[in-house]
Design a binder for this molecule. Sequence first.
Ligand SMILES: *Cc1c(COP(=O)(O)O)cnc(C)c1O
Length: 249
Amino acid sequence: MRERLAALRARIDAAATAAGRRPEAVELLAVSKGHPASAIREAHALGLTSFGESYAGEALPKTAELRDSGAQWVYLGPVQSNKTRLLAENFSWVLGLCSLKAARRLDAQRPDDLPPLQVCVQVNADGDPAKAGLAPDQLDPFLESVQDLRRLTVRGLMTIPRKAVPAAPVTGPPAFEVLAELFAKQVAAGHRWDTLSMGMSGDFEAAIAAGSTQVRLGTALFGPRPAKPGTGTGTGTDTGTPGVDAHHD
Ligand SMILES: *Cc1c(COP(=O)(O)O)cnc(C)c1O
């Protein structure tokens, strides 16, 4: 893992430099979903401190096992209402908020003795029907609705772009550029945001070129995810597929 991490950090730094950005401006979020606590310990020993998980049930034993490490837990993916308490009590960040109902529950359930939950709003920047996220024109009203939730702090935006398939090439403006533009607009409008979360193992250099401040790397760092028992789908949802209540606000 040490070599993989060094190679990734070198690619991140090179992509940032090529884009005229400071390498320190791009954070590496280690996406540990599907990998055991031992792998997280190894990554932590190499200096990584933030770990991304997509399934509360899988994550909780790991957060318990690494309780004393100081690791920060980042929840990735759609927030289902029946999971908000687990997230509010055990995670520092939620990336992928796009439901007002979930936002209200997270706010109400965030324990008083913890700092506010840090969130990024998920935007479906290229209109992918397979993904969760707000349409760009839903962002302003959503931000207005969550601004009074004192136990949540919005830090920025995240997106997962449509995968290009040869039979149906992606058309329209690229998701990374759309998201970067939305981010810049919100910052210009006065939001003190610092997190533009975009880029995964297969596309992080393009995301950095577009302005990403956080790349979310799973496979490239930890290797392939083992199949999840019982699902038959291997890695589970990588797509941010809407949860049962994601669009019922
Ligand atoms: C799983 C996941 C990742 C990591 O994907 P890799 O391709 O393995 O790097 C990043 N972001 C989200 C939202 C994910 O669900």
